[in-house]
Design a binder for this molecule. Structure first.
Ligand code: C2E
Ligand code: MG
Ligand code: MG
Ligand code: MG
Length: 280
């Protein structure tokens, strides 16, 4: 009987897997059409200094599907990566972000705002990535000094030499680099010093409980010390309360991103909130 039950369980498990796999295939085919159906939209979340002033914005992609509603990037970005769609979607994001920034700079030539764009490892490794980005940068020549690319530690799993070379080419074009979600990956510190980085982003998971979990505080503190030692800026993501912000300042971190300061917003609302004189 135990055997029969075991067999049954296996069967249920297979069915669950099949449902999951077909839902995924479904999502993938919907995602394939998302650009042309104009379901993708850029949102912007502020990056703030110790006075709370806006110093930049992270570009966060949103997918609004007519039936599925809003699909989280935590769901569709991995699908885009696995299916290879990330290349097309990522190119679209870079293009749209440049266009948006160019428009803002046209209205306010003195605007000091770094625009930070997430780049998937798979996207960055793609052969066509560099030429495609360079073509875009040539068209949006005025914005490139204000662009930052966010990479995660997964970029360091393979072909590090090539990664460093590509990063240096882009850096010569004015692009700054941040290492996102820092502390959650497995990057070796010896690689870290070889990358032409400007910024480390302390992952949200260490900020959540920073007031109550001494381990999280210790990790945040270590990342802050490491960034100082390497001459990099450091920013904490997922700062939701003043108390967290203050704890971070005490540890020596003076740049913040999180709901305490501002939520990700569509371009017009972002400008309305941060630079009302520019919004219309
Ligand atoms: P990420 O790059 O680490 O982005 C930060 C995430 O934290 C965003 O989630 C943001 O909305 C969220 N966040 C910011 N402040 C807070 C806070 O105070 N509390 C909480 N609970 N969350 C906060 P989001 O927008 O859902 O994006 C999730 C991930 O999807 C991003 O993590 C990034 O890895 C990926 N992603 C988003 N847009 C793009 C894109 O255009 N290209 C690529 N390759 N990945 C993207
Ligand atoms: Mg990011
Ligand atoms: Mg992050
Ligand atoms: Mg993340």
């Amino acid at each position: 009987q135990a055997k029969a039950a075991g067999k049954n369980q296996t069967h249920l498990f297979d069915v669950a897997m099949q449902i999951k796999a077909s839902a995924r295939t479904q999502l993938e085919s919907e995602l394939r059409q998302a650009i042309t159906k104009q379901q993708l939209q850029l949102y912007f979340q502020g990056l703030h200094d110790q006075h709370g002033h806006l110093v930049g914005a992270e570009v966060l992609l949103r997918w609004f599907h007519p039936e599925l509603g809003s699909v989280s990037p935590a769901v569709f970005i991995p699908i885009a990566e696995e299916s290879g769609l990330i290349f097309e979607i990522g190119s679209w994001v870079i293009e749209q972000a440049c266009q948006q920034l160019a428009q803002w700079l046209e209205r306010a030539p003195d605007l000091q705002l770094k625009l930070s764009i997430n780049i998937s490892a798979r996207q960055f490794h793609q052969d066509g990535f560099l030429p495609q980005v360079l073509r875009t940068l040539e068209r949006f020549n005025k914005v490139r000094q204000a662009l930052q690319f966010e990479l995660t530690e997964s970029i360091l799993v393979s072909r590090v030499e090539e990664v460093v070379t590509k990063m240096n080419v882009l850096r010569n074009y004015g692009i700054a680099f941040a290492l996102d979600d820092f502390g959650t990956g497995y990057s070796s510190l010896s690689y870290l010093k070889r990358l032409p980085l400007a910024l480390l982003k302390i992952d949200r998971s260490f900020i959540d409980d920073i007031l109550h979990d001494p381990n999280d505080a210790a990790i945040a503190s270590t990342v802050i010390a490491l960034s100082k030692a390497l001459g990099l800026d450091v920013i904490a993501e997922g700062v939701e309360t003043l108390a967290q912000r203050n704890a971070l300042a005490e540890l020596g971190c003076y740049f913040y991103q999180g709901y305490y300061f501002s939520k990700p917003l569509p371009a017009s609302e972002f400008m309305q909130l941060h630079c009302p004189e520019l919004a219309h």
